[in-house]
Design a protein around this ligand. Structure first.
Ligand SMILES: [Zn+2]
Length: 446
């Protein structure tokens, strides 16, 4: 007779492989599009020229090969970890670390924190070659990388330390809550998760993000005035307006807003702004800007992009996403509450006698829920595309459709987006509708 643990084990591995093969199938479909669509389709003639089209195609092909290999490596790593009872080994290492430091290895909270730290070190090291290749080979080859080796190393170390400083106390608190929470611990866990989300959303922009990038208030001038007018016209409580020097990392461009209630901030990437020259730019920087065509949008286009972003706010898209995520968390914690004493689940991952809470949580989140996560992700992608169309329509209502159209085309060009997609790949992966569909929706007369 097959034991329950074996059933769980087989189920987890089978689903992992099915999911991998499905993603691979979609990637190969899209890979073929990059290989075969080497002529600009007629409908795109006015949007993209031959040269940019081919650059974008080669960039897409490179990214596609990279992600196929990276996914293969990721799946192999996960399967090997499961096959060799990797979690047991990490758990043992965590025990050794704790006792070496002079603590009791049975202290589950400390041991869980040490486990998480060990696992994170392992993940950081195994993914590092991909990260290096992505930045210094792939992005470099296509002219997007702006990071120096020094910046990259410092950035990685900072990211790791900041990540641990946040994650380890949170993990410790989670274990504590499960231990003392009684039958309804999942509710306390949920409230705790909400509080952490709220705190991080508040603290992150002011305290954490500035550790990584430089944020400067957008200087007084035409652009600033127009943005303030736009915000006021739709009652957006604009509190601060920043430019972030994304150009130190890469030349990809973006804009977003954040903040609670009456304290909204808008952040523009300097790479989005064609006419923006940083305050402290030296003459050589400016000369550099003058000698080649600077990427980015002109002011009316930036305003149209912002009108789209503010549409997300006006239509409560952010709030809706947060509510869905919180409901999802409640469900996950509830299921975890039902399963976390279930011995077979731990045996499936090699734990014969112990049932560490953290292991249960990782197994439920990462493996037991993976079919559910795949479906939820797909539904969220569909929802996100809807939201994008709605935000575009909002910008259109504000009379910005002409400039939004131009901005979308320009940003697609600047970021070398390839405008031709396999429909299945697009349906599964694209949180933003393809360029052509957005332009069509903008052009439609109501
Ligand atoms: Zn959007």
């Amino acid at each position: 007779m097959v034991s329950e643990a074996t059933c769980i084990f087989q189920g987890v591995v089978t689903f992992l492989l099915i999911e991998y093969l499905w993603e691979l199938y979609l990637s190969i479909r899209q890979h073929k599009v990059y290989q075969q669509a080497n002529k600009v389709p007629e409908e795109l003639n006015e949007i993209i020229n031959e040269e940019t089209y081919n650059k974008a195609r080669v960039y897409g092909l490179d990214k596609s090969s990279f992600s196929i290999i990276k996914d293969l490596f990721g799946t192999i790593t996960t399967v090997v970890i499961i096959l060799v009872n990797g979690f047991v080994h990490f758990w043992n290492i965590a025990g050794i670390i704790i006792s070496t430091l002079g603590y009791d290895a049975d202290n589950e909270i400390l041991r869980s924190a040490a486990f998480m730290l060990t696992l994170n070190i392992f993940n950081t090291i195994t993914t590092l070659p991909f990260s290096i290749y992505h930045t210094f080979v792939l992005e470099e080859r296509h002219g997007f990388n702006k990071q120096t080796v020094g910046f990259f190393i410092k950035d990685k170390i900072k990211t790791f330390i900041v990540g641990q400083v946040i994650m380890l106390p949170v993990i410790s608190a989670v274990i504590y809550i499960v231990k003392i929470g009684g039958d309804y611990f999942f509710i306390y866990l949920w409230i705790f998760a909400m509080a952490v989300t709220f705190i991080l959303l508040t603290v992150y922009p002011n305290c954490i993000a500035p550790l990584f990038d430089k944020y400067t208030p957008l200087p007084e001038g035409e652009l600033r005035t127009s943005i303030e007018e736009l915000a006021a016209s739709i009652d957006f409580p604009l509190y601060k307006l920043y430019v972030v020097e994304g150009s130190k990392r890469s030349t990809h461009s973006n804009a977003y807003f954040y903040g609670f209630f009456k304290n909204k901030r808008i952040v523009l990437f300097d790479t989005l702004l064609k006419d923006y020259v940083p305050d402290n730019a030296t003459t050589s920087d400016i000369k550099d800007v003058a000698t080649y065509e600077k990427k980015g949008c002109n002011n009316p286009e930036v305003l149209a992009v912002l009108a789209h972003e503010l549409g997300h706010w006006k239509l409560n898209h952010v709030l809706k996403n947060i509510v869905i995520m919180q409901m999802n968390l409640l469900l996950i914690f509830l299921v975890f509450g039902l399963l976390f004493q279930y011995e077979a689940m731990y045996r499936a991952f090699g734990f014969q006698h112990e049932k560490p809470i953290l292991i249960g949580l990782v197994v439920v989140l990462q493996f037991i829920f993976s079919p559910y996560n795949a479906i939820l992700n797909f539904l969220m992608t569909i929802l996100s595309r809807r939201f994008e169309f709605q935000a575009d329509a909002f910008a259109k209502q504000l009379g910005r459709s002409k400039y939004l159209r131009e901005a979308l085309i320009k940003l697609n060009k600047d970021n070398l987006g390839f405008p031709v997609y396999d429909w299945m790949y697009s349906m599964w992966h694209h949180s933003h509708p393809p360029l052509l569909e957005r332009l069509k929706a903008l052009d439609k007369t109501d």
